[in-house]
Design a protein. Structure first.
Length: 282
């Protein structure tokens, strides 16, 4: 990579940030697309977030991604917010406008639905209900994506019922909260099951779910991507159900930011996926 004085600069802010795969992902696109630019990690402590964001225009930084613990805290620092960011209640992509103001967006819903469409091209939102496990930030992004895509019913199932009820109330129809004890009935006519929790991540317990009630033709998606084949996906594949892993969500959610900062609409290719998988395996 050779930079000139005209190079565009973007990055990712987090605390910590060393674990982020975003520099590798964006670095691949910068090199592959021949862009005069750089994408760098910024380790920003929570107490320093406001100053770091305010400094972006003065430094000529085109924008940043935000990761834990900054996504919610950044909401009040934006001059403008996309409707998607408002509904999800978090910002993961900041764009510095020409006048130096900060625009906040959230691309997780986009990443989720693009990954689902790529991994299960026969799935149609309008075909039937979707079941979403979890009621945190990731589940909120998944629910917004399914709401916008036309799912007729989105059943939020969480071990803490109050959180599921709050999410359903915040986003409105067609979200409904269902108790964990009612999961079998929630799955009985579902066309999609999404694990939007961290259950199944390497080092943690896997969700104990009986997939027998799911009808043939249903799709099972796990947003966990380490490991790529979680216990849930393995069980679904064993029943002959279509499965979609979570890595593509990570890859697709990065596209809008790259386009805004560097002026190129990048592609998610098998080569890119292999490049990121190699890092995950290492």
């Amino acid at each position: 990579m050779i930079l000139t004085g005209a190079a565009r600069v973007a990055g990712v802010m987090g605390w910590p940030v060393a674990h982020s795969r975003s520099p590798r992902l964006h670095g691949y696109w910068l090199d592959h697309c021949g862009v005069d630019g750089a994408y760098v990690p910024f380790a920003v402590a929570p107490d320093d977030l406001a100053r770091a964001l305010d400094a972006l225009p003065a430094l000529g930084v085109a924008g940043v991604n935000l990761t834990v613990p900054h996504k919610e805290a950044a909401l009040g620092r934006m001059a403008s917010l996309s409707e998607t960011a408002r509904r999800i209640g978090a910002v993961n992509t900041v764009i510095v406008a020409e006048d130096g103001s900060l625009a906040g967006d959230n691309t997780d819903a986009f990443g989720f639905i693009e990954n689902l469409r790529a991994g299960a091209p026969d799935w149609r939102a309008e075909a039937g209900p979707a079941v979403v496990l979890g009621a945190g930030g990731a589940a909120r992004a998944v629910a917004v994506a399914l709401q916008d895509t036309g799912a007729p019913e989105i059943r939020i199932v969480n071990r803490t019922p109050a959180r599921a009820e709050r999410l359903a109330s915040d986003l409105g129809a067609p979200l409904v909260a269902r108790p964990w004890d009612d999961l079998d009935r929630a799955l009985a006519d579902a066309r999609l099951l999404v694990n939007a929790t961290t259950l199944g991540m390497t080092g943690g317990p896997a969700p104990v779910i009986d997939l027998a009630p799911l009808p043939a033709g249903a799709v099972v998606n796990d947003i966990v991507y380490v490991p790529r084949v979680t216990a849930l996906l393995a069980a679904a594949a064993g029943r002959g159900l279509a499965t979609v892993d979570g890595l593509g969500m990570l890859l697709h959610q990065a596209r809008p930011g790259f386009r805004a900062w560097f002026g190129v609409d990048p592609e998610v290719t098998p080569e890119l996926r292999a490049f990121v998988e190699h890092d995950l395996d290492a």
